[in-house]
Design a protein around this ligand. Structure first.
Ligand SMILES: Cc1cc2nc3c(=O)[nH]c(=O)nc-3n(C[C@H](O)[C@H](O)[C@H](O)COP(=O)(O)OP(=O)(O)OC[C@H]3O[C@@H](n4cnc5c(N)ncnc54)[C@H](O)[C@@H]3O)c2cc1C
Ligand SMILES: *[C@@H]1O[C@H](CO)[C@@H](O)[C@H](O)[C@H]1NC(C)=O
Ligand SMILES: *[C@@H]1O[C@H](CO)[C@@H](O)[C@H](O)[C@H]1NC(C)=O
Ligand SMILES: *[C@@H]1O[C@H](CO)[C@@H](O)[C@H](O)[C@H]1NC(C)=O
Length: 338
């Protein structure tokens, strides 16, 4: 490393920031990279998520093509890790899933991944009786799940081994920070809104219950955002809620009760499952997700935030675009540090 190599900061240590840092390190070997954040692993929204690879229709990039590309690139990024013996350490596992509805056939389909995942099919009549009563429509699909409780420390460890630096602090103003770096990646999730107002960014409040259910080997989805998703350590995630523009980070006992009742209706065996934790997370919802370069106070910044309910699965695709923009940005003649 020489003193002329660019100094790069990644703000944010959630799944987006960590993945950006990992890819920057791969693409630009001779650089100083510093991750700056005030919350890590358990304290990020990323760790509340079950992390299943199943996008909703509210996930949008600037165009349909870019959305599809982000999803495709993400899928192959995860597949590359899944092929290695590191997969369990990185929190990755294959998972198959049923999605049922009493009301709507289309909610059981998913045009964004039907051509990507190994299996996506409508269920047979007898499969509708697998859990609970009265299901009219259903699909079966195979996908993957990324547990950020393992993925984030796994990335952090290799980032540090390769010379990356971690700076634990809350940024209250970007002015001082910017003068120290040649390129800054803004991966602050909902933090971006709190900081100084991107009004297109809205919290989509989520709450889940983590329970011990090592016997649960598949994921199940029902109506009203009801889902149960198995995990590597035998801890399943039960959900959920999706409350628009709600910023309450406290556990709501009524939400817990509703989640438990809806999940037990699908799988009564969950009544006996030991509760490990109740967690709340504010999804950073923005349409479209913001991945773009901007010169801020004379410094090159690439924004990568606003992934809503799909930031775990789609972090890699958006991060690859952000890093590509960052590399071009460094080469460009836009004057920085004026
Ligand atoms: C209940 C629930 C279920 C979900 N399920 C799924 C799922 O199944 N699949 C899926 O793909 N996604 C899911 N998500 C969505 C996913 O969790 C988010 O999209 C993703 O975590 C966003 O990642 P992020 O890195 O942008 O944000 P975060 O994880 O919030 O990280 C933001 C980082 O920025 C830092 N930061 C912010 N502001 C500042 C500041 N001023 N100074 C210093 N540091 C700062 C924070 O400390 C933190 O490190 C779910 C979310 C919830 C709540
Ligand atoms: C960045 O690299 C230079 C040159 O190798 C080194 O002197 C400096 O300590 C590094 N800074 C950080 C923050 O790693
Ligand atoms: C998806 O990504 C893979 C791996 O990067 C690539 O080979 C393939 O062409 C992509 N497919 C589409 C439809 O973009
Ligand atoms: C990061 O994004 C937020 C939201 O737009 C903005 O308020 C903040 O200034 C950005 N940070 C940088 C360094 O550009």
């Amino acid at each position: 490393m020489d003193n002329n190599s660019p100094k790069i900061a990644v703000i944010g240590a959630g799944v987006v920031g960590m993945t950006v840092a990992k890819i920057v390190q791969q693409e630009l070997r001779n650089t100083n990279i510093t991750i700056i954040a005030d919350a890590f692993t358990e304290d990020t929204v990323s760790c509340v998520a079950a992390g299943i690879f199943r996008p909703g229709t509210s996930f949008k990039g600037p165009t349909k093509e870019i959305t599809k590309k982000w999803i495709n690139d993400s899928w192959y990024f995860w597949q590359d890790i899944l092929k290695t013996s590191e997969a369990p350490l990185a929190g990755l596992m294959p998972v198959s899933s049923y999605i049922f509805s009493k009301e709507n056939y289309f909610v059981t389909r998913n045009h964004l991944i039907e051509d990507l995942v190994p299996i996506y099919r409508s269920v047979e009549k007898d499969e509708l009786k697998l859990c609970g009563e009265g299901w009219k429509y259903g699909s079966y699909f195979s996908t993957i799940k990324i547990g950020c409780d393992r993925y984030l420390p796994w990335v952090e460890k290799s980032f540090i081994e390769k010379g990356g630096k971690i700076d634990v602090k809350k940024i209250d103003s970007f002015a001082s920070l910017l003068s120290k770096f040649d390129l800054v990646f803004n991966c602050t999730g909902l933090g971006a809104k709190m900081l100084c107002g991107d009004h297109d960014l809205v919290a989509l409040r989520g709450q889940v219950i983590k329970v011990k259910a090592p016997w649960l080997k598949m994921a199940f989805y029902g109506d009203y955002d009801t889902y149960m998703i198995p995990g590597l350590d035998g801890v399943a995630t039960l959900g959920g809620v999706r409350q628009y523009d709600s910023y309450n980070k406290d556990v709501c006992k009524y939400d817990s009760a509703a989640i438990m009742e809806r999940c037990c209706q699908l799988l009564p065996a969950l009544k006996q499952a030991e509760v490990v934790a109740h967690r709340v997370g504010l999804r950073p919802h923005r349409v479209p997700v913001r991945v773009e370069p901007e010169v801020v106070d004379g410094v090159k910044v690439v924004h990568c935030y606003g992934h809503g309910g799909y930031g775990v699965m789609c972090a890699p695709g958006t991060a690859m675009d952000a890093v590509r923009m960052g590399v071009d940005f460094l080469k460009s003649n836009v004057r920085s540090k004026m």
